[in-house]
Design a protein around this ligand. Structure first.
Ligand code: DX5
Ligand code: ZN
Length: 233
């Protein structure tokens, strides 16, 4: 799918609930993907960790490539790794459609954002809870998605850090047309309305989906609670 087609598909699905494939049952990946797809998921969020940028390991392009065979859903690779530029081609080859890397992981994000876009994928730039949102300002217009981490990256099941709300509100007034805001970490039935009100368009959720009995119901309920008017600043 073209970049434009992908952007239209994604923005046509706001509020977009993105299941985080860190909390899924890795022994039953095929079934998990089927259940998510049947449950109305519009994108799958793949958490990639290298034990260096974050103190945890997960999976890489070899696993994603096999999951790619199971579904047509767009994939986001959330690269929590130290040298994203080194592995970019592997994630593109594995079929990732949106590649999100961390501002803290690179000396200068522009070359990588450009490379991702030139390959026909969407480019995401993520910031950790301790990184000021204003650090994204020089790159507005050069990424498609700003991902605001609302927990320290590395683990699912952590508590939402409210400083994400002010960051999302800042992004709302600064984002260029055609780009959007995503939030990741501690998003559940309690926290989603606040981040939606602050202006998030995409909501990454791990525990809130995978710890629910019925994934479809969890996704639908999260989306329902995310349909709130954006709060004026
Ligand atoms: C954390 C990951 C998240 C995480 C979300 O480092 O980037 O995507 O899996 O999990 P929950 O929703 O449980 O916070
Ligand atoms: Zn993530």
């Amino acid at each position: 799918m073209s970049r434009q087609g992908l952007l239209e598909r994604i923005s046509g699905s706001f509020p977009l609930i993105a299941p985080s494939m860190l909390k899924c049952d890795f022994g039953n990946l095929h079934r998990e993907v089927q259940l998510l797809e049947a449950g109305g998921a519009q994108i799958l969020h793949m958490d990639v960790m290298d034990g260096h940028f974050v103190p945890n390991l997960s999976y890489g392009p070899m696993v994603i490539e096999r999951v790619r065979e199971l579904t047509e859903l767009p994939f986001e690779a959330h690269l929590m790794i130290s040298e994203p530029a080194r592995y970019l081609d592997d994630f593109l080859k594995a079929g990732c459609n949106l590649i999100t890397f961390h501002l803290e992981a690179v000396p200068e994000p522009r070359p990588l954002l450009t490379r991702i876009r030139e390959q026909g994928a969407l480019a995401g730039l993520a910031i950790n809870p301790k990184t000021p949102v204003e650090s994204l300002e020089p790159f507005l217009g050069e990424f498609d998605v700003a991902l605001v981490m609302s927990v320290e990256p590395g683990f699912g099941g952590q508590k939402f850090i409210p400083s994400a709300l002010g960051k999302l509100a800042w992004l709302r007034s600064k984002l260029k047309p055609g780009s959007f805001a995503s939030v990741d970490g501690g998003i559940d039935l309690e926290t989603i309305a606040d981040v939606a009100g602050a202006g998030a368009n995409m909501f990454v959720a791990g525990s809130a989906i995978f710890e629910a009995g019925d994934y479809g119901q969890a996704i639908a309920e999260l989306a329902r609670r995310a349909r709130v008017p954006v709060v004026p600043r």
